[in-house]
Ligand binder design. Structure first.
Ligand code: 13P
Ligand code: SF4
Length: 323
C-alpha cells in the first residue's frame, strides 16, 4: 500500500491550519476526530466524538467524498465498513490499539467453536476481521443496551475488554465468558495514588471509563464512555472532578466547563514514557502535519475487500439499529 510523503518534506513557512482548510474544500473532505486526539486536532475537527458518535457520523457522511479519520485504525476501518463508497484516510496507519491486538479473528473463531451456543458480543475496539466473527458490536456508550438485547437465557462470549465486560456483568447481573484483553492506557491508573489524591481533595468527585480496572472503578461516583464523562463534567454540580480516562478529553471538558477544576487521575509510578502518562501512544501518533500530508496526497487509505466489509457490517448495523 502506498505510504504518504514524509512530514519532513513540508515547507516550514506554510500555515498548516489554513492549508488544511483549503484542502478540505478542494478534496471535499471532512475531518472526524476522537476526543483522545491532541488539542489542536480536536479544534480543527468537523466532528469530534466518542466511538459510538463517530460511527454514526461516519455512516451519515453524505456530500463529502473523503473522510479523514483522526483516531486509531479500528475506528477508521469502522468508518470504511459503514460508508464504503468514501475514501477513508488516516494520518498514521500504525495507530493501533492494545485491545484490537489482543483478539485476532482466528482466535475469536476458535473460542466460538468451543462455545457454539453462545452469542458473541464484541467491543468496537477490534479489527474488521474480528467484527466479522461477531454477532453484535457494542461501544462503551451502548454496551449495556446491547447486552440487554440478547435473550436472557442465551449465554454470552464478551470480547476483547475484560474490564468493560466485568463492569457490564456487575451492572446487569449477567454472567459472561470474558476475553482477557485490556486497554494499555486505562489499566495504568494507580489505586493507591488515587486514594491519596481523593484524600487531598475530599470535595472532588472521581469519574472513570469502564476500561479501567475494577479496583479503580469501585471508587468512581460515575462510570461511562468518553462522551458520557464529558456530559457528566458539564451537568454535575461538582466544581472539582478527577478524570479517570485518557487525558486528551480534558481539553474538551475544560472548554465545556471552564470554571471547573479537572484533575487527571494518577497513573502507576513505574515507567517514564507514555505507559505512565495516561495518554494513548497510538492516538498520539496523529499530528497536524500528518493530517495535512494525508489530505494533500489522499494517502494512506483504509482499503478493505467487499466480502469483509459485508461480513463486518452486519454486527455493526445490528448495534446501530438497537442503540
Ligand atoms: P469511547 O470512545 O467509546 O469512550 O472508547 C474509548 C476508547 O478507548 C477509544 O479507543
Ligand atoms: Fe486502544 Fe486504549 Fe488507546 Fe483506546 S486508549 S485506542 S482502547 S489502547
Amino acid at each position: 500500500m502506498p505510504r504518504p510523503m514524509s512530514t519532513t518534506s513540508i515547507d516550514p513557512t506554510l500555515d498548516l491550519f489554513a492549508e488544511i482548510e483549503e484542502l478540505k474544500r478542494s478534496r471535499k473532505a471532512v475531518i472526524l476526530a476522537h476526543y483522545y486526539q491532541d488539542p489542536d486536532i480536536q479544534d480543527i475537527a468537523d466532528f469530534l466524538g466518542d466511538s459510538l458518535d463517530l460511527a454514526h457520523k461516519a455512516r451519515d457522511v453524505d456530500e463529502a467524498e473523503v473522510i479523514l479519520f483522526s483516531g486509531v485504525h479500528f475506528m477508521a476501518e469502522t468508518a470504511k465498513i459503514l460508508n464504503p463508497a468514501k475514501i477513508v484516510l488516516v494520518p498514521d496507519l500504525d495507530a493501533g490499539c492494545s485491545l484490537a491486538d489482543s483478539c485476532p479473528a482466528d482466535e475469536l473463531r476458535a473460542w466460538k467453536a468451543k462455545n457454539p451456543d453462545h452469542a458473541v458480543v464484541t467491543y468496537i475496539n477490534c479489527t474488521a476481521a474480528t467484527k466479522a466473527e461477531s454477532d453484535i458490536i457494542c461501544t462503551s456508550s451502548n454496551a449495556e443496551k446491547v447486552l440487554r438485547s440478547i435473550p436472557e437465557d442465551q449465554p454470552v462470549l464478551f470480547a476483547p475488554d475484560r474490564n468493560l465486560g466485568g463492569w457490564l456483568a456487575k451492572r446487569t447481573g449477567r454472567e459472561m465468558e470474558l476475553w482477557p484483553g485490556t486497554c494499555q492506557v486505562h489499566i495504568t491508573f494507580s489505586e493507591r495514588k488515587l486514594c491519596e489524591l481523593m484524600a487531598q481533595h475530599p470535595e472532588a468527585k472521581f469519574i472513570a471509563h469502564p476500561e479501567c480496572e475494577d479496583e479503580i472503578l469501585r471508587h468512581a461516583a460515575f462510570v461511562g464512555s468518553t462522551k458520557k464523562l464529558l456530559d457528566y463534567v458539564q451537568d454535575d454540580p461538582a466544581e472539582k472532578i478527577i478524570i479517570g480516562t485518557e487525558a486528551g478529553i480534558i481539553h474538551t471538558m475544560q472548554k465545556a466547563a471552564p470554571q471547573k477544576t479537572l484533575i487527571r487521575a494518577p497513573v502507576v509510578e513505574e515507567g517514564t514514557g507514555c505507559e505512565a502518562c495516561g495518554e494513548c501512544p497510538h492516538m498520539k501518533l496523529n499530528t497536524i502535519e500528518k493530517i495535512y500530508v494525508a489530505l494533500r496526497e489522499l494517502q494512506p487509505r483504509i482499503e478493505l475487500d467487499d466480502d469483509l466489509i459485508a461480513r463486518a457490517r452486519r454486527p455493526l448495523e445490528r448495534m446501530l439499529s438497537i442503540a
